[in-house]
Design a protein around this ligand. Structure first.
Ligand SMILES: [Zn+2]
Length: 202
């Protein structure tokens, strides 16, 4: 009877440890800062990252290579702040300013109130936009009102992903909004390689 109990306990511990390991393996903790004049709460950022996570985990179209990508984008708390009040870096107007704010040390995502300049961030045909990221790096600028798929898209760039424009449903489409599709290769980048793809454990 004792032996049986120990066996069950071992199995129970393995299940718990295994589950925890899988969940941690696919979570991405993302550091965020906001310009001191950009008013956004931790709860609002949490909601954006949760909504971005839901989009990545959706699988609506089985014919397009879209998969349920088991990755969890979550906020590395607390949110930091950058800049000085009234230095105007909360509204991005030109490329020089954009690059300077993008490359500020500290948190990965720099939140600003608005990005007003056009044709910035290497965009030629697109007018306004709400985010800019290094491809393969750890820096992102986002307008605080950017939709959740833009948050996912810019993180994808940081993970080394280029644009993919074959459908306007694709997360990595250069300009479409309301996107949610991601393929297996892109997912492995979101997960930082090696994690399994399949039913999401949480
Ligand atoms: Zn892009």
């Amino acid at each position: 009877m004792l032996k049986l109990s120990v066996l069950w306990l071992t199995i129970a511990i393995s299940v718990v440890v295994g589950f925890t390991w899988a969940a941690d393996d696919i979570a991405q903790s993302i550091s965020v800062s906001r310009h001191v004049d950009t008013v956004i709460t931790e709860a609002q950022v949490d909601n954006k990252l949760a909504a971005a996570t839901r989009r990545l985990r959706l699988r609506e179209d089985e014919t397009s290579g879209d998969i349920r990508c088991c990755v969890h984008l979550r906020l590395a708390k607390p949110i930091a702040a950058f800049g000085k009040s009234n230095d105007h870096d909360d509204v991005i107007q030109d490329e020089t300013q954009l690059r300077r704010v993008l490359m500020l040390p500290g948190a990965r995502i720099k939140l600003v109130t608005a990005i007003q300049g056009v044709h910035l961030c290497g965009t030629k045909n697109i007018g306004s936009f709400e985010g800019c990221a290094e491809i393969g790096g750890k820096n992102i600028v986002l307008a605080m009102g950017a939709p959740s798929d833009v948050w996912a898209h810019e993180f994808g760039h940081n993970q080394g992903l280029p644009h993919r424009n074959t459908s306007t449903d694709l997360i990595m489409h250069e300009s479409a909004f309301g996107t949610h599709e991601i393929d297996v290769k892109e997912c492995s980048r979101f997960q930082d390689k090696g994690a399994t793809i399949g039913p999401c454990p949480f």
